[in-house]
Design a protein around this ligand. Sequence first.
Ligand code: C5P
Length: 295
Amino acid sequence: MAPTSVKVRSYAKINWTLEVLHLREDGYHEIRTIYQTVSLHDLLHIRASRRGVTVHCDDGLVPCDETNLAHKAALLLKELAGRKSGVTIDIEKRIPVAGGLAGGSSNAAATLMGLVRLWGLQVQDCDLLNLAAKIGSDVPFFLTGGTALGVGRGEEVYPLGEVSSSRLLLANPGIAVSTPGAYKGLGRLTTSGQTRIMPFTVLAAKGISELPLAARNDLEEVVLAVHPEIEGLKLRLIGLGANQALMSGSGATVFGVFDNKRDLSRALGAIRSAGYWCEAVRTVDRRGYFGTLFE
Ligand code: C5P
């Protein structure tokens, strides 16, 4: 018998690298990024209802109307599947909002996967991917998880060999950064740019395990110029023993890569006592991702 409710973990992501190549005719930017799922997650409780889509969230910063990406996902899938009945989605929010960790996009993908199970749907992978890409550039990645390459506007996703489990510290100065604003700040980019061979293919050939140390994000320059506190957090993480510190996506969350558990717990304490949001996380590989998606 089909379940009447499902609980789905909705994991956050970081970007090991994010290269912005050029502005496209459609207004998006052509990017090359390496995504990574991490253990920080929201929890979605999706329940069958008579009709319509209703979203609740325990964080007042999250809109629950049609602009909510989980709401959009549910409506689109309901339409695709021709379902008359509805759903109620309760979101327990732990991922910082507008923090560069793709919490909203992850909620959308978790809703799609949750509803496929709740409604017992037989949906082709490519239909689900197309629907995910309609919702947002980062949404398709969460149908793959683990370590993955994102090209195009980020929506074309290719699984990569996994980065071996890394200890990371996520820190956020409590600023919400607008993604369109961050991209707009890259005013120097023109539509005439040529797609070039990704420098990190060389890196991948050397060994994907090198990635944490080669982290790079082209959006940093723009966002850090407006929010110097993010640069401050990066330096603080390095000072506290991180091998590498980088802004994730369009920010403002920064991740620090640690290979020493003691340094990591000390840094966690120091950053929290300085008043910042901070969480210790591990990278989550594809197997771990799909193995723990449903509670
Ligand atoms: O796809 P998504 O809705 O998440 O993108 C939000 C905004 O971020 C876009 O409207 C666009 O302004 C910007 N963006 C971009 N290039 C990308 C991804 C996003 O310019 N590759």
